[in-house]
Design a protein around this ligand. Structure first.
Ligand code: NI
Length: 392
């Protein structure tokens, strides 16, 4: 505050006349009235402006909701102008396979758009307070089917030796899986029951009262010998092969495979003549030539089971014992799995020697019968061994 200002303030009351004071009092009483009048005029003008002037020119933006999100958009925005937004939000569903991969893009349900609960078109204008709902199209899942399956059991082999017994029967398991009808893809596998392994016991020592049988195969090796070996391998059982020297000479590697798999190899002559019709020299040649190819053997099974005393004597001189069979499956004549199995069922007994063939023709059914034959023999309590072990 300056000294001059201070003196003016102090002087002012001295100049004010009574008349001036009265005027000032009157003026101060009128001031609230004047303010109210101005406020009323302003309100009226605003109302006129509000009703006469189009809203859009006054409010340049509107508040709307899109899928619950509050957005401020330019007034008079049309739905079609939301395309970048709606394309982002609203897409048709697709058809999916059971693993979730798309099979047909966009082939699911269409997206839905609603404006304030009603239909909406591209030219609908969004107004203040509007609520736009955009619902995505839904995916559709392909059909699903349930497939029941058997879980095969495995074989456990214990011990070593040429006598094979079933110590514990195997039990297949069960599972079900779900597959896409269109894609055929597997999505889920549920194991309902685990498979129980079969346990095979191998030994070289016979148990008291053990029921032994021998599987024998003649006339090979041939085109089906490998299939027969494979079938025997599925059940881990040994067999005895009465081979022809000529066939063995032509397929020495197959003889090695037989030996490596633990099978027994015996003499069935060089080329399958009726040995009783040959001279002593010719028989000797048939047996010796074969022995040179297959190595030492203990048994001779004469072709056609044809023998006589002279043959027995000659074979004995070569340290060969004659062996025949007790069950003739006639598999060469009846190439039928059930026929072969039924012949085994009819003829099996302890000490049985079962005759089949791996050479001499189509032996596909013989190979196919082997697992069934072995399973049946095991189920009846038989142990499977070689001729040498059987005849001791
Ligand atoms: Ni034969």
């Amino acid at each position: 505050m300056t000294a001059a200002g201070g003196s003016e303030y102090l002087r002012a009351p001295q100049r004010t006349s009574r008349r001036t004071l009265r005027r000032r009092r009157r003026q101060s009483r009128r001031r609230p009235l004047r303010t109210a009048a101005w406020a009323a005029a302003t309100l009226v003008c605003s109302l006129i402006a509000f009703f006469l002037v189009p809203t859009g020119h006054v409010n340049t933006r509107v508040i709307v909701q899109i899928n619950g999100a509050v957005l401020s958009l330019p007034a008079r925005t049309m739905v079609s102008q939301l395309q970048p937004l709606s394309a982002l939000l609203a897409r048709p569903g697709s058809v999916l396979d059971i693993t979730g991969d798309v099979i047909q893009l966009g082939a699911g349900t269409e997206p839905q758009r609603q404006l304030d609960g009603g239909p909406v078109s591209a030219t609908s204008t969004l107004a203040e307070g509007d609520s736009l709902l955009i619902r995505q199209g839904e995916h559709m899942l392909e059909g699903i089917r349930r497939v029941a399956q058997t879980i095969p059991y495995q074989y456990e082999v214990k011990g070593k030796g040429s006598i094979v017994s079933l110590a514990q029967a195997g039990a297949p398991g069960k599972r079900e899986l779900f597959k896409g009808v269109a894609s055929n893809k597997e999505a889920a596998v549920f194991v309902l029951r685990q498979a129980q392994n079969a346990v095979l016991q191998k030994s070289n020592a016979r148990a008291p009262g053990q029921k032994l049988v021998a599987l024998t195969f003649d006339d090979g090796p041939g085109a089906y010998t490998q299939a027969v070996l494979d079938a025997l391998a599925t059940r881990h059982v040994p067999a005895t092969f009465f081979v022809l020297g000529s066939a063995a000479a032509a397929n020495k590697s197959m003889i090695e495979k037989m030996r490596a798999a633990g099978h027994e190899i015996e003499n069935h002559s060089w080329n399958h003549p009726d040995l009783t019709t040959l001279s002593e020299e010719q028989v000797r040649s048939q047996l010796k030539r074969t022995a040179e190819v297959i190595g030492s053997s203990r048994y001779l099974r004469p072709p056609y089971g044809s023998s006589n005393d002279a043959l027995k004597k000659l074979a004995a001189g070569l340290d060969l014992r004659l062996v025949f069979w007790t069950v003739d499956t006639l598999d060469w004549k009846h190439q039928d799995v059930n026929w072969i199995l039924n012949k085994v069922k009819a003829g099996a007994k302890p000490g049985a020697i079962i005759l089949m063939h791996d050479g001499g023709g189509n032996r596909k059914q013989t190979a196919a019968a082997i697992p069934l034959v072995v399973d049946w023999l095991f189920s009846q309590g038989y142990s499977i061994t070689t001729v040498k072990q059987l005849l001791g």
